[in-house]
Design a protein around this ligand. Sequence first.
Ligand SMILES: Cc1cc2nc3c(=O)[nH]c(=O)nc-3n(C[C@H](O)[C@H](O)[C@H](O)COP(=O)(O)OP(=O)(O)OC[C@H]3O[C@@H](n4cnc5c(N)ncnc54)[C@H](O)[C@@H]3O)c2cc1C
Length: 296
Amino acid sequence: MLPKIDAAVHQTASGTQYLREAGVIMIARPHVDISGIGEFLGGFDPSLGYPVYLDDPTQLPPAELLSKFAGQVCYMSFDAKRTLHAQAAVYFDGRPGKSGTGIKGQKHGSVLEHPSFSFLTYGVSRSLTHELVRHRAGCAYSQLSQRYVGGKMLRFVERPEYVGDPFLHDLFERRIDRAYAEYEGITGHLTELQAAGGRGILSAEAKTELRKKVRQAARSILPNETETVLVVTGNVRAWRHILEMRASEHAETEIRAWAMRVYRCLVQEAPLLFGDYQVVDLPDGTQALSTPYPKV
Ligand SMILES: Cc1cc2nc3c(=O)[nH]c(=O)nc-3n(C[C@H](O)[C@H](O)[C@H](O)COP(=O)(O)OP(=O)(O)OC[C@H]3O[C@@H](n4cnc5c(N)ncnc54)[C@H](O)[C@@H]3O)c2cc1C
């Protein structure tokens, strides 16, 4: 199983469901197999000794292998003098004390665009994803549609600031009970209108079309703290940028907590590509990331 951090589902006394944390489940990582390059390597002057590349005894995680191989293609660094897989940390981070060396230090970030990771994310608010989808380069998103999905799938997200405060927590629970009830009330009313011949705006033959028309109207009353679900894919360069922007101490609290969870999964799968990040404890008890290699 790939790394994941699940999130518990809570409910109010009336049964309205909500979450307090982001669930992040890695669902895809690179699959890399360079064993087919033997004939390619052997096709060059034998004195170059390129076939030794495949004899490297050190196994690298797939994202590291893909990025390192792609980078070594640039200089045709396949011979015995190349940087071995055992020195992959130096390849990416540079020689100790020499910050301008290595892929990250030299900002040769394009080789980090080859490997991608995908996450299923839930337990996040629509305000979080409004910020997240601003990251365009190297990213792909597929997000729950509020025109198609509603009713029993409707859940909410409690902000970190409300969790430990009885007054704010109580307000939150009452607010989402009310939002849920209003949403159900509006969808019920609009569906009845349709059944009774409906107004033009609601007329629709197919059941799915009807539900879509009802929900596209009813969703207007849902708050920013409504939960959303999405699959996010990013290449390593894009993920690094997102982590730097969103796990920064200046980022909004909910998205920072989400980014920290994504980071914990990514660093497990690709320790050499994400291992330069240091976790910083902030005065408010939350955490942020910092790196000596920003915006590779
Ligand atoms: C703390 C914080 C506060 C913010 N406040 C606001 C706000 O008040 N209002 C607001 O509108 N936004 C705000 N943003 C969003 C921010 O302006 C960016 O839109 C968002 O962070 C996406 O980052 P990016 O532009 O680097 O895009 P990404 O898509 O992540 O791009 C990555 C990099 O690729 C390059 N790139 C991408 N697209 C292009 C392009 N079209 N042309 C040239 N180069 C490109 C850039 O170097 C860019 O940094 C905020 C972000 C943060 C982290």
